[in-house]
Design a protein around this ligand. Structure first.
Ligand SMILES: [Ca+2]
Length: 527
């Protein structure tokens, strides 16, 4: 590889409120009346539950409602149609960095997360994460699935009350051994089906306490496998095994989303539960099938590397709409804390880079919302120890609908010794047509931009990044370049201190060797 609640119980209390109101108005004893009103006040203060679904390596385009020519995804389509859908929403270029930014509300570099391998996947021990904050507002917190932020410490000591995942992570797909709250648990069937079962078990155990359920799938990340019934329709459509299995994994997530939404309705939790669903980085194995007209996969600086779908669903509260405001994973922590009534200290507030999406979620009309914000991306897969020389290698800056980026190797002799993002771009620069996820299309999707220059695109009009606007917008280039330089100067020392440049510089080659030696799991039909 490149580097391969429950039912809404307000109504039963309504007559009590009216009795209280009348009694108070006629001057009856307030102490007795307060006893009557307390349940109503409690019901009014009921906090929303949160289910946050994060899929792994599914692209923005891997949803039928986003134009995919093969996927059906009826439940994801319905979720999107009933949600506030942020359509100009960005994550980091790969797994661990996105999780770090999502759970801290800060750019991943600031807590030392620059890669998906140890030690650069490890979230700094002092990082304050979302479940810890939600617990201060009486939430019960559950983690299910993929963590990928190291274990110094792991999720069970990062504010999660209830933890469940399978022992071998993405490497096993069927009848997996699970560890739930430190106890071993044999399971039957497909791993992702069990993840969603575990989410429902956690939610049932919460009873009337508000909950935060962080459900992070391993699908459709490699190695690829799914129950045959999900793969078969894609094979019959003429797709190869890789594409058919990848899309089968996406369709299985959709099937499980449908089960979860039915569970919420059946148990009368649907009106009190906010369901949020996003993907964690750009498209992977499905790149050459469909990429929503975008250029670039996971781990690239191009538009397709970091754009994510982002659906926010609260029936009866938020009117469905599609919004084009520039938004990001950084906004999740501030938004959930705002909705939950978490009091954030001024010290933490000064560090957060995200903004609460609440005004956008609640507004009936389009509104101005942080329209001058700038987002910074960096693919960051440099050989460990060589961060400094990679300031401009595979980086992006966004404002509004504009993406300014660089996609070229660092140009230093030391980097030549190692397998890294730069090696991939050197291969492309020499004319290579095949690269991870892009077979025959690498010249375009992993395209090399001119050295020493930023290129600029209006990604709303031009998601394929074909029309470079750098020469026609020198003022914008100048402003965003200065912003990037200031950002790097500020974040670089924090990243070094937090461990983001530590490790074996040859780790990329070693990880690729391990991936090559992995023979792959058997599907349920092959067993
Ligand atoms: Ca991922």
């Amino acid at each position: 590889m490149l580097f391969p609640h429950h039912s809404n119980r307000l109504f039963p209390f309504l007559p009590l409120y009216e009795t209280f109101g009348s009694a108070y108005m006629h001057g009856r004893k307030i102490s007795i009346s307060l006893l009557w009103i307390m349940p109503f006040v409690a019901a009014l203060a009921k906090k929303p539950n949160f289910i946050f679904i994060l899929t792994d390596d599914q692209g923005y385009g891997d949803v039928n409602a986003h134009g995919h020519p093969y996927l059906k995804t009826p439940h994801t389509n319905r979720l999107r149609a009933e949600s506030v859908s942020f359509d100009n929403f960005y994550v980091s270029p790969s797994c661990s960095p996105t999780r770090a930014a999502l759970l801290t509300g800060m750019h991943e570099f600031r807590n030392g997360v620059t890669h998906t391998i140890i030690p650069r996947q490890e979230l700094h021990k002092d990082a304050v994460v979302l479940p810890q904050l939600l617990k201060t507002a009486d939430y019960k917190t559950g983690f299910i699935g993929k963590w990928h932020l190291g274990h110094k410490p792991g999720p069970e000591k990062r504010g999660f009350d209830w933890c469940s995942t399978n022992a071998r992570g993405p490497l096993e797909h069927f009848d997996a051994l699970f560890i739930r709250n430190r106890k071993r648990m044999e399971t039957k069937g497909y791993r992702e089906d069990v993840f969603f079962d575990e989410a429902m078990t956690f939610i049932e155990e919460c009873k009337d306490q508000p909950f935060f359920c962080y459900l992070a799938t391993y699908s459709p990340h490699t190695p690829l496998a799914a129950p045959e019934k999900f793969i078969k329709p894609f094979r019959e459509s003429g797709l190869n095994d890789t594409h058919a299995t990848y899309l089968g994994m996406v369709e299985n997530i959709d099937y499980n989303l449908g089960r979860l939404m039915n569970f919420l309705k059946r148990t009368e939790r649907d009106q009190d539960t906010i369901v949020i669903m996003i993907n964690d980085n750009g498209v992977t194995e499905g790149l050459d099938v469909y990429n929503a007209k975008m250029r670039g996969p996971k781990c690239s600086a191009w538009q397709g590397g970091t754009r994510a779908f982002s659906f926010w669903h609260w029936p009866g509260k938020w009117k469905p709409k599609v919004l084009g405001n520039l938004t990001a994973h950084l906004d999740v922590l501030p938004t959930l804390c705002d909705l939950a009534g978490v009091k954030i200290t001024s010290e933490l507030k000064s560090k957060l880079e995200g903004h609460s999406l609440r005004p956008l979620l609640e507004s009936e009309k389009p509104i101005e919302w942080h329209s001058d914000r700038i987002l910074y991306h960096h693919v960051a897969r440099w050989p460990s120890g060589l961060a400094k020389s990679h300031k401009y290698a595979m980086a992006g800056v966004r404002q509004g609908n504009h993406l300014m980026l660089r996609s070229h190797d660092c140009g230093t002799a030391e980097c030549l010794k190692y397998m890294s993002q730069c090696q991939a771009l050197r291969i492309i620069a020499r004319g290579g047509k095949n690269m991870t996820y892009a077979y025959g299309t690498a010249q375009y999707h992993w395209g090399v931009s001119p050295k020493e220059h930023w290129v600029l695109y209006d990604v709303k009009k031009d998601p394929g990044c074909r029309n470079d606007l750098a020469n026609s917008k020198p003022e914008l280039i100048s402003r965003l370049t200065a912003a990037y330089d200031q950002w790097w100067d500020k974040v670089y020392p924090e990243m070094i201190l937090a461990g983001g440049d530590l490790g074996d510089p040859d780790q990329g080659r070693k990880a690729a060797k391990r991936d090559k030696e992995w023979k792959g799991p058997k599907t349920d039909e092959e067993k």
